[in-house]
Design a binder for this molecule. Structure first.
Ligand code: HEC
Ligand code: HEC
Ligand code: HEC
Length: 393
């Protein structure tokens, strides 16, 4: 080996070491430092200056969510794919998970994504669902968490309250910061809406399908026969409606199924096809066909006397019209202020006994109060008759 080749070899070791170190530094900068800066910059530009911080209760709830392993079955990241966005709402942005340390994004969806679950379900539903998921969603595989309660869904421990408080933060920061508006953000099919264009349900529907869907999805709350006494009913305020004691116009059923009943645990069923919804609606109507024994329709055949009608009209105008509307359409002057929409008597008709029961007891969990201290017996009877007359018009 000459002296020259020896020098070249020694130089090449040096060159290789310098190049190696150089590539190392370059790759750390390119694959590590630069993307982190990009992401931080993007989060700074798109996110709010001060994202809302969790309250103490919400932070405790987050720890319980992590401890109970909710993230094993629920993601908190909405991907930029059409099915994800259609089902759960707008795609998750980097800034939304910036403060989520250690993150609870999850990797597996056995249950639905929860990124935007806040304001989708009321607290009574959340608590009942945590206590016993299958009491409100019969086909659910979610485990029950009864040890977060003192014996029943209406006796939550502080831990259960904290957990629900945390669930109510999911999607909140985006909603507060969002330019998109609520509808795009929370397109959850079960989210209740006060109004919304309701598709026309078809009249000739599949009876067997209706009965099956009702048993699978509605009986848990409304009861097998429709009496409002399913296993999930106990913890819900207001309680599920007694479908046996009402007549509904098809439009009313379409509205209740398509929009849910805002302010209550009655979900919307927008992920169902029109054929399925029609079959369910037809089944609900069959739950209350007058004359079918042993349905409690006896009292319905009693008509009010002329005096009762006159008294009912006066009592109604003085006490009820501001909520239920002059024509009974549920559109009184106070209606828009109320969390739960007053009944539209033109599209649904309670049995006489049911109307009287409501007037005596009110409906717990709604603005409908008991009237026994303000109206006497004959006034109660007269106005119970009176509200049923709007249906015929
Ligand atoms: C074994 C998997 C599993 C675990 C663990 C689990 N869930 Fe679920 N969860 C589900 C499934 C499946 C559903 C859909 C059916 C239903 O609503 O029950 C669901 C539904 C939900 C819903 C309703 C979401 C919606 O979009 O309507 C909420 C809220 C929820 N889970 C919260 C929790 C919380 C909080 C925990 C932890 C305490 C938890 N889940 C643990 C499987 C799971
Ligand atoms: C989680 C429990 C729950 C489930 C599941 C549920 N409902 Fe309801 N439903 C309710 C509650 C609560 C109300 C509101 C009662 C009120 O406004 O006082 C309600 C209201 C209704 C109403 C309006 C009735 C009225 O008198 O105002 C109809 C119709 C109805 N539900 C039908 C159904 C059908 C059909 C299904 C199945 C596809 C279903 N519900 C599933 C809880 C439930
Ligand atoms: C503060 C507003 C308000 C006033 C005043 C009011 N209601 Fe109501 N009422 C409601 C609301 C809200 C509901 C529906 C709650 C629900 O969805 O369960 C309701 C429900 C009812 C129901 C049950 C309907 C059904 O289909 O089950 C009857 C009957 C009724 N009201 C009669 C009356 C009568 C009669 C008066 C006057 C004496 C009256 N209400 C006054 C708000 C009001």
């Amino acid at each position: 080996m000459t002296q020259a080749t020896g020098r070249i070899l020694r130089m090449s070791y040096l060159a290789a070491s310098v190049a190696g170190a150089g590539f190392f530094v370059l790759s750390v900068a390119w694959l590590g430092v630069w993307p982190a800066r990009q992401l931080a910059e993007q989060a700074r530009l798109t996110g709010p200056a001060t994202p809302p911080v969790l309250t103490e209760s919400e932070a405790r709830g987050r720890a319980i969510y992590a401890r109970e392993g909710c993230a094993y079955c629920h993601t908190q990241q909405i991907r930029a794919t059409n099915p994800d966005v259609a089902r759960f709402g707008a795609t998750t942005m980097a800034w939304e998970t910036r403060a989520d340390i250690p993150h609870l994004m999850g990797t597996r969806r056995i249950g639905p994504d929860l990124s935007r679950v806040s304001e989708t379900r009321p607290e009574d539903w959340q608590l009942t669902h945590l206590y016993a998921p299958r009491s409100v969603v019969p086909l659910s595989v979610m485990p029950a968490y009864p040890y977060l309660f003192d014996g029943g869904p209406d006796a939550p421990t502080q831990a259960a309250r904290d957990l629900v408080a945390y669930l109510e933060t999911l999607g909140r920061a985006r909603r507060l910061a969002a330019p998109e508006g609520d509808e795009t953000l929370n397109v959850h099919p079960a989210k209740t809406r006060r109004s919304g264009a309701v598709p026309e349900l078809s009249v000739d529907s599949d009876a067997a399908l209706g009965a099956e869907l009702y048993a699978d999805h509605c009986a848990a709350c409304h009861g097998r026969e429709g009496a409002g006494d399913g296993p999930g009913a106990a913890g819900l305020r207001p309680r599920p409606a007694n479908l046996m004691l009402h007549q509904y116009r098809p439009g009313r059923l379409g509205e209740a199924l398509w929009n849910g009943v805002a302010g209550t645990s009655m979900p919307a069923w927008r992920d169902r096809s029109i054929a399925e919804l029609s079959a369910i609606a037809a089944h609900v109507q069959r739950l209350a066909v007058p004359g079918m024994p042993p349905r409690p329709f006896g009292a319905d055949t009693v008509s009010p006397t002329a005096e009762e009608r006159e008294l009912g009209s006066r009592v109604y105008a003085a006490n009820c019209a501001q909520c239920h509307g002059v024509q009974g359409a549920g559109d009184g002057s106070a209606a828009s202020q109320l969390a739960i929409v007053p009944t539209n008597f033109q599209s649904q008709k309670p049995m006489f006994d049911e109307a009287l029961r409501v007037l005596r007891n009110g409906i717990d969990g709604t603005p409908m109060a008991p009237w026994t201290s303000r109206l006497n017996e004959s006034e109660l009877t007269a106005v119970a008759h009176y509200v049923r007359e709007f249906f015929a018009q």
